[in-house]
Design a protein around this ligand. Structure first.
Ligand code: AMP
Ligand code: GLY
Length: 423
């Protein structure tokens, strides 16, 4: 089969690594990819949101399967575009259509969806300019802290946690005034939940699903979970506090009602659902849905999936997940993300990376890298995801952390404490 994978981050590098191991994968194309994905397939430098360009590529290379990594093309309707085009409609797409991607694309929709299907989540209400006065009054009597969320996609920046009523009112006004562009034209005001977060993933064919390994990511830039939020500085899988009983609660109260809820609303969902969850006193609540896999969770999760990924995706595309046996390694995976100096604020690109050959016992999944003139250079804030699979979580963490130290570029930074809080 010829496979086209959309995206350019560590998640896509991990997918490319795994897809390329399948005997069923004849040719793998990654659009646009990075210096790491080029080790597993052929990078094609097109913008994945330019669907006509994706179409031309799919036809030229006789693509048999489209796998969409990031949310943006999904929310923009890449699956709908393929389904509606006579020349492309036969190509299965891993990733939901617009009507399913709205679970991630609109927080207002996802909160109402959870309410309709009695899925545990923080209490919330949504406001727009039409009911601003009501929103301000609602905020004045809200318990602190208050969570404000821009409804639409805001590149991970649209969530504010505020400790003061007046400030929350000012922020509501600013968001409705366009602080996050159109994404903030509706704002979800949400109760703050206290607990520890984890991520759970399923792949669904719209009716059946398989549960993939759960993971925990580390979002803050600084050691000890301090400082600014990032896209994710590392991850571990499994998550020690997610025991069988807790995972069972997640499946019964959250996964099943979500998959059944989508079906009952006539939403034919083919792809990943990422449940961003929080454990509040041993009870799971949904913080958010995403219509894709997590990054850097994928880099750990993929190491524990023993099945052939092409077979898994084809079972999903053919709506045969009901009979599919997923095999998960009992081993422990850890990922340490190496980032550019200054990230998540301003950072420079184009720094020469050395030491990739020094890695001993991990895999370097590339995130923000580019190959230029025989060298590999940094090309983003998150640069490399160093991932390891070992018998114990301690060994996996030690190995990934030690290998992260073997790589060099000007301004390089990584957290040395990923996962050690869980041991
Ligand atoms: P989201 O983009 O919805 O995942 O939110 C980003 C981050 O904000 C989450 O990963 C949580 O750390 C935090 N967060 C969001 N909603 C809540 C909430 N209701 N209670 C506590 N923390 C939250
Ligand atoms: N690591 C969180 C995310 O992918 O959204």
């Amino acid at each position: 089969m010829n496979i086209l994978l959309i995206g350019s981050g560590g998640r896509e590098c991990a997918f490319a690594w795994k897809l390329s191991q399948s005997e069923k994968c004849e040719k793998l194309f990654i659009a646009p990819g990075n210096a790491g994905t080029a080790n597993y397939g052929k990078n094609i430098n097109i913008n994945p949101n330019d669907f006509e360009a994706v179409k031309a590529l799919a036809l030229k290379e006789q693509i048999d399967l489209l796998v969409v990594g990031p949310e943006e093309p999904l929310v923009l309707g890449i699956h709908d575009f393929f389904a509606a085009d006579e020349a492309l409609a036969h190509i299965p797409v891993i990733g939901p259509k617009k009507e399913g991607a709205i679970l991630e694309g609109s927080k207002d929709f996802s909160k109402q969806f959870m309410e309709r299907h009695h899925i545990p989540t923080a209490k919330s209400r949504s406001f727009s300019n039409e009911n601003l006065q009501e929103g301000l009054a609602y905020l004045a009597q809200h318990s602190l802290p208050i969570v404000l969320k821009a409804d639409g996609l805001a590149a991970g920046k649209g969530v504010l946690i505020i400790d003061n009523h007046r400030e929350a009112q000012d922020e509501l006004r600013l968001m409705l005034d366009g602080k996050f562009g159109k994404a903030g034209s509706t704002v979800v005001v949400e109760e703050f939940l206290t607990g520890i977060e984890l991520s759970v993933f399923v792949l669904t064919d719209g009716k059946n699903y398989v549960v993939l390994p759960e993971a925990k990511d580390y979002k803050r830039i600084g050691q000890g979970d301090t400082g600014l939020n990032t896209g994710g500085m590392g991850s571990v899988s499994p998550v020690p506090f997610a025991n069988a009983e807790f995972l069972n609660k997640i499946e019964e109260r959250i996964i099943k009602p979500t998959v059944n809820g989508l079906a009952s609303e006539g939403i034919d969902y083919t792809g990943f659902i990422f449940f961003g969850l929080i454990n509040v006193g041993d009870e799971p609540y949904v913080i958010e849905y995403n219509a894709r896999m997590g990054d850097p969770e994928t880099e750990s999760v993929i190491l524990r999936i023993e099945n052939d990924l092409v077979e898994l995706f084809m079972a999903c595309a053919n709506k045969e997940l009901g009979d599919y046996q997923i095999n998960i390694s009992q081993k422990n995976a850890a990922t340490v993300m190496i980032v550019a100096g200054g990230y998540p604020g301003d950072y420079e690109k184009g720094k020469v990376i050395t030491g990739l050959d020094n890695i001993r016992d991990s895999i370097a999944f590339h995130a923000g890298t580019i190959a230029e003139g025989g060298t590999i250079k940094t090309n983003g804030g998150r640069v490399l995801a160093i991932s390891s699979l070992k018998d114990s979580q301690f060994e996996a963490l030690q190995c990934a952390t030690a290998d992260a130290a073997r790589i060099y570029f000007d301004g390089k930074y990584f957290r040395e404490d990923i996962g050690f809080d869980l041991i």
